[in-house]
Design a protein around this ligand. Sequence first.
Ligand SMILES: O=P(O)(O)OC[C@H](O)CO
Length: 532
Amino acid sequence: MKGWIAFVLFGFLSACGVDDSTEQTPEESVDLCEAAAQHRAECTGNYVTPPICDEASEAAAQNILEVPCEEFSDEFEATGKADGAFCDWFGTGCTPDEPIFGGPRCESNAECSVGFCAEGRCFEGVNSDEFSGVIGLYTETEEVEGGTTELLDSNGMTRELRRQLVQEAQNSVHFSAFIIQDDEVGWEMAQDFIAAAQRGVEVRVLVDATTQYFATYPLIEEMAANGVQVLAFNPLTEWALLRTLLPITGNDRLHEKLLVVDGKSAIIGGRNVGVEYLVDERWRDIDVLVEGPAVEKIQRMFLGIWDKNSELEYRVGCSGRDKYGFHCPSFEGESLLEDMRFYVPAEAEGSLKSRAIYSDPMVQETPLGYFATLALIRAAQESITISNAYFVPPRRLRKHLKAAEERGVDVKVITNSKTSTDGIWMYYASLNYYRELLEAGVEIYEYQGVELMHAKTMVVDGKVGVIGSFNIDPRSAVDNSESLLIVREDAVIAELLESYQVDLANSTLASSDIPLSEMLKAKAHRLIEPLL
Ligand SMILES: O=P(O)(O)OC[C@H](O)CO
């Protein structure tokens, strides 16, 4: 799907001269901003990927170049509080770090009886109730105790499980995905949804309108015509006027991947619907099956998203109903969130602790997926292992990955190589940040093979895991809605780490020695970062 975006952008990039034939000499290629970044690195030891050198940046770069090393002060340091590419480029609209550490003041770990000294405050560590409380406070979510998980790192098994759950559903099937592909797996799922709806189960399906439109609309129209309630987020033309009234742009996507059945079982993770996601030996991906009390939170998440989209559809006069037969609420403000039919009490047994997080850039200043990812990285004391399909970390995230390395945390990232990526554009956007991160000690491993590594998982200190839809890129940080599950339980963390080791064995460590022609392509891709 990154392909159609790439197609649209091809002409634009061509115009930018992103081609081997336009290769420049080193002297020509090092622009003022890069020169200023290198000067700063020589003076402070801290290299930060510079912005695209426009007129304003050039003036700032010239200023930095004229400062002798001995006069370098904080004023010239990159504070790295960027949220997304525009902040990365121009330094505007950036969000400061939230004060997540509130313990006694400290200067070193020795001053703290437990845990470590995190950003000047004693802190009990990522696997503590203290940290859980902080995340709860900022995200207004609750950590739930009890229940079970099953890590789904096999495509075939995930397909069968989704099918089984839908086929056995008795009351409700709630599903959300970025895309349902026009292929045998997409239509198979559509038929399962239709069959459930026709035997009286309430079936609700959410997709991203733009992405789905480029894949197939007939598939979701077929579902809508046969009893499935369908909503499509942010259609390009139908919501055009609405976008002038709300904090939403044509670039915003619904990206969460969720299935909740009968309020008893939920699957949350990285897979959309299609052959590449759900057939063995195709893309590498990870979901997790959750049962027990945490399902209530995931159900709430889905119903909140459904209510939001119903409301927005209502405000555009239900054009989706008129054109495609999609769902339309019967009155303004219609809400399912508090409808107790959808919630089933569950025993709080077992040692699992889990927290479902919904990231919504429409209403959250720092979208919560981004906040949670940043907070977990800031809280790491020993290790951070990341598997992420699209690794284009915004400046604030890079700052904290580097800070983690600096305090001795072992940071490893697996992302796609040039051969495994499904969008060469994403590869070059990612390559842009290799040098900065590798030189700080972050190990970036490139997944080898011809199929995509599509997972979005993280484990911190071998104790806390994240499984969800959040790509480590500007789009997931500030444009997409996302769903994540943070888990604390030895068994599921062991499974995540085992799965990570399998991928690590299939990956090779990237080098910071990147050919100039490759770096030039990477730099050009900074221009289109927010669109990728
Ligand atoms: O945005 P993602 O991470 O769901 O991936 C997008 C498509 O699956 C691949 O282009």
